[in-house]
Design a protein around this ligand. Structure first.
Ligand code: UGA
Length: 454
């Protein structure tokens, strides 16, 4: 099938590369000419494991362009996968979706096209996009686009850092549309994934026992709300365990044992119960804010979702409180942050807890040093406003420091030469914000170790 993907961010690029790998002809469209030029040269603008390797394998089915006239006519499916950043009131900014939908309408070809909303959009956006596409077509061609297109919602559940795995081996595929023809097109598009008939790439083996992926069909509003409800539920699972972690600290219990103990109950499940500094990234914060804002438009409060947000915001304060509790005075202290990216295996810094924590420490007069195995270059460009020292090595970060705070649980931080680092610090305090390090080993090496909820 011929596919056009508008937006080559995390979602658009991953979806495009995966679909090209499955054998579809994919055109990736982006208004950012620099990005398109990079992609044409086979360079990947984001850090995402295996994306470069899969792009190489799918190269013969992949092209990139900046022009709608090249991408849209002739496409069987057009994905809108542009950004929907938060506005100050919590609602998503839909200007990029609007402009994409308008351009799609202007360039619709002769055949039947399914326009898919892949961006996370407020409930009801399917109808809105349909109207924009229709109006743009009529304004351009002076006739109605009868039978030429349908709009469907197809929310994305991939996680950054494991985006390709999640795309090729999803827990489910959700399609929201009332049109049977559109459903058939999307069924055929996803058939290799639904039936797991594609050859698994060597570097992304198929999980054992995965024979088929469920397809959930729903009306558009339900599909749109499934996306928000899924993210909100995951976010509140994390906030729940973080709330339990606070009590665990007070009563002398260990939240990691509690998470294991409750997670094995199949009704609860073990995932997303990792206590720590809370969630960051471009999704949970934005989507929970949007859910609360949408509910507000209907006169509804969402106290559970709001509480999850409040707990999450507090987690970032707690690190500072804990450091204060240990060091008493932060002015003039040197604090090293291990990790900048909002989670490991990505260089994404959007709503990264590290940036918030760094800013608060600076405001309290501390000297802040930062390190990240992958996100340093990006941080130096995107966060030049932060008055922090960027360190190329963990040794430079630790030397003379009064405390190290682990913010992002990169695997390599667990295996650092902790025994030799200890003597280089002015004060061997380690605040493990993700309960990621080997507590015994650090304690034996002479550190004062502080975790979360243990
Ligand atoms: C999240 C969802 O997991 C995806 O299903 C969804 O598609 C995506 O948002 C989206 O809406 O685009 P993502 O934000 O990429 O994915 O990453 P997650 O793995 O969900 O992690 C989010 C944050 O939660 C990270 O800061 C992570 O450190 C934190 N987290 C996660 C915890 O604090 N504890 C946990 O147990 C799990």
């Amino acid at each position: 099938m011929r596919i056009a993907i508008i937006g080559t961010g995390y979602v658009g690029l991953t979806t495009g590369v995966a679909l090209a790998y499955l054998g579809h002809q994919v055109v990736g469209l982006d208004v950012d000419a620099r990005k398109v030029e990079m992609l044409r040269q086979g360079k990947i603008p984001i850090y995402e494991p295996w994306l470069a390797e899969l792009t190489e394998l799918a190269r013969h089915n992949l092209t990139f362009t900046t022009t709608y006239a090249e991408a849209i006519p002739g496409a069987d499916v057009v994905f809108i996968a542009v950004g929907t950043p938060s506005l100050p009131d919590g609602n998503p900014d839909l200007r990029y979706v609007r402009s994409a939908a308008q351009s799609v309408g202007e360039h619709l070809g002769e055949g039947y096209t399914v326009v898919v909303n892949k961006s996370t959009v407020p409930i009801g956006s399917g109808n809105w996009v349909e109207t924009i596409v229709r109006d743009a077509f009529e304004a351009c061609h002076g006739q109605k686009p009868s039978g030429r297109f349908a709009v469907a919602s197809n929310p994305e559940f991939l996680r950054e850092g494991s985006a390709l795995f999640d795309t090729l081996y999803p827990d489910r595929v959700v399609v929201g549309t009332r049109e049977s023809q559109a459903l058939e097109v999307l069924y055929n598009l996803y058939k290799p994934i639904l039936e797991q008939t594609f050859p698994a790439p060597r570097f992304l083996p198929r999980p054992e026992g995965l024979a088929a992926v469920p397809l959930i069909t729903a009306d558009q509003a339900s599909a749109e709300l499934i996306k928000y409800a899924a993210n909100a539920f995951l976010a509140l699972k994390i906030s729940f365990v973080n709330e339990i972690a606070q009590l665990a600290e007070r009563v002398g219990a260990d939240v990691t044992q509690i998470a294991k103990g409750i997670g094995l109950d199949q009704r609860i499940g073990p995932r997303f119960l990792q206590a720590g500094l809370g969630w960051g990234g471009s999704c949970f914060g934005k989507d929970t804010a949007a859910l609360v804002a949408t509910a507000g438009e209907y006169g509804l409060a969402m106290p559970i979702v709001q509480a999850a947000r409040d707990v999450n915001a507090l987690q970032r304060h707690r690190v500072i409180d804990k450091l204060l509790g240990e060091l008493k005075i932060l002015k003039g202290r040197t604090i090293g942050l291990l990790g900048l990216a909002f989670k490991p295996n990505t260089d994404d810094l959007r709503d990264a807890p590290a940036l918030d924590i760094a800013q608060r420490l600076v405001e309290r007069g501390a000297r802040v040093r930062v390190h990240d195995p992958v996100a340093m270059a990006r941080a130096q460009t995107e966060c030049s406003h932060l008055e922090v020292q960027f360190c190329d090595s963990v040794e430079a970060l630790a030397s003379g420091a009064d405390a190290l705070v682990l913010v992002t649980e990169w695997a390599q931080y667990r295996d650092l030469p902790w025994e030799s680092l200890v003597s280089q610090m002015a004060n061997p305090l380690v605040m493990d914000g993700r309960n990621h390090l080997d507590r015994e080993r650090l304690t034996q090496a002479g550190y004062r170790y502080l975790g979360i909820g243990r």
